[in-house]
Design a protein around this ligand. Structure first.
Ligand code: AMP
Length: 216
């Protein structure tokens, strides 16, 4: 089963993807994480990516495509993928479809997390990521504690693009370029709408139900 988690920045895609990884033994493909990894290498490419991310602009389809090709051709990951933050425009969605069939895989569902702009801004401003284990927390809605996070607080970092000015541009790009993909997946009968305003565990329950219904 391959799953696409769809929704605006701050909708909770990464958090839900981490939970699905744990419960269903799958592999998360976050193009944002892969791009941040490239930035961390301090390569020429990483520097170019950083400039775009810190303006809230999309990275080119060619760069994203190269990342995805590597993953889809990896036999260990066959039909075990959760896409988080990809595809982000119609060209990427069409490209993913042709790559998926080329590698004899399929997309089982597209789970769309519906959240209002006001909630998104609050979630993004409170987001913290653990630089050691990669788990995502929120200082207001889902703080890191001894129970949910053995690494402790000292590794928590904020993303450089999680500020009020950049989030507005990211949201505009989402509305203009990403949202139109929903129609593409609706026509393919793959789309499931999820109430992304609910609590983390409630959202996960909705997702678990959909996955279970597809497995039978
Ligand atoms: P994310 O971690 O998904 O919020 O992504 C952070 C940033 O990385 C985005 O605001 C974009 O600048 C860039 N990015 C991530 N995924 C993509 C993608 N599929 N296509 C283009 N740019 C992307």
């Amino acid at each position: 089963m391959n799953i696409i988690l769809f929704g605006p920045p701050g909708a909770g895609k990464g958090t839900q993807a981490d939970k699905i990884v744990q419960s269903h033994n799958m592999f998360k493909v976050s193009t944002g994480d892969l791009l941040r990894k490239e930035i961390g290498k301090k390569s020429n490419l990483g520097d170019k990516i950083k400039l775009l991310i810190n303006k809230g602009e999309f990275v080119s389809d060619d760069i994203i495509n190269n990342l995805i090709i590597k993953i889809l051709s990896d036999k260990k990951l066959y039909n075990k993928l959760i896409f988080d933050g990809y595809p982000r425009n119609l060209t990427q969605a069409e490209n993913l479809n042709s790559l998926i069939s080329k590698h004899n895989q399929k997309i089982s569902c597209v789970l769309s997390l519906n959240v209002d702009k006001e909630i998104i801004i609050k979630r993004v401003l409170g987001r913290q990521t653990c630089s050691k284990c990669g788990l995502i927390f929120n200082e207001y809605f889902n703080p890191s504690t001894n129970d949910n996070h053995p690494c402790g607080d000292k590794f928590l970092v904020k993303r450089s693009d999680d500020n009020e000015k950049i989030i507005l541009n990211r949201f505009e790009n989402y509305m203009e370029k990403t949202l139109p993909i929903l129609d593409f997946y609706k026509k393919l009968n793959l789309l499931y709408e999820i109430n992304g305003k609910a609590k983390i565990d409630e959202i996960f329950k909705q997702i678990g139900g959909i996955i279970a219904s597809l497995e039978t």
